[in-house]
Ligand binder design. Structure first.
Ligand code: COA
Length: 156
């Protein structure tokens, strides 16, 4: 299988419905069309991978700086290790550069072991942390990659 077998494009509402149909566990709030963007990889009209990024404004000490937050990235198991994740993240980085945001960031729970070498390979820094999404501790790590340093002028 070669990379040219896959098409990459920006998702619309119809694509979002296809994602929810195929990946039933995906929360509707994780797919961003208006407050961010979603990119899809497809083959023969079928979505085989996607990334969804939300634009967020960072708190102090990054007062007012914006970031792209990867809410979800998922590649269908049968087509993993073919470069789709890499391409989706590179495309997301391009969008972040166009918007001149401070960084591209994501959260991953520690069970997502296969993602760790991918973040390393793509030049992201890993920051181990504990989150309390429903009051319960979830161990994992943030990953972040600087995009546009001029946004650091917003640092207090
Ligand atoms: C993580 C995930 C998105 C990677 O997608 P992918 O299309 O398989 O990734 P790529 O083929 O583009 O891999 C890019 C690089 O990452 C690294 N990598 C990716 N998966 C890897 C694995 N299972 N083991 C070791 N390295 C891996 C490699 O360096 C790879 O480059 P290479 O194949 O040239 O060596 C996919 O495994 C997935 O959907 N996992 C479940 C969801 C998840 O973990 N999401 C991320 C955390 S929120």
């Amino acid at each position: 299988m070669e990379m040219r077998d896959f098409d990459f494009s920006q998702a619309n509402a119809h694509d979002a419905s296809s994602i929810f149909e195929k990946w039933k566990w995906v929360r509707h709030g994780s797919i961003h069309l208006d407050d961010g963007f979603t990119l899809i990889a497809s083959r023969g009209g079928e979505i085989v991978g996607f990334i969804s990024v939300q634009w967020r404004t960072l708190p102090a000490p990054l007062n007012g700086a914006d970031e792209g937050f990867i809410d979800i990235i998922e590649v269908q198991e049968s087509v993993r290790r073919e470069g789709i994740g890499r391409r989706l993240i590179q495309m997301a980085q391009m969008r972040c550069r166009e918007r001149k945001v401070y960084q591209l960031r994501a959260w991953s729970s520690e069970d997502k072991k296969e993602a760790i070498p991918m973040w390393h390979a793509l030049g992201f820094g890993l920051c181990p942390a504990t989150e309390y999404p429903k009051g319960q501790p979830v161990r994992g790590y943030f990953v972040a990659k600087p995009i546009c340093s001029t946004q650091t002028e917003a640092v207090a």
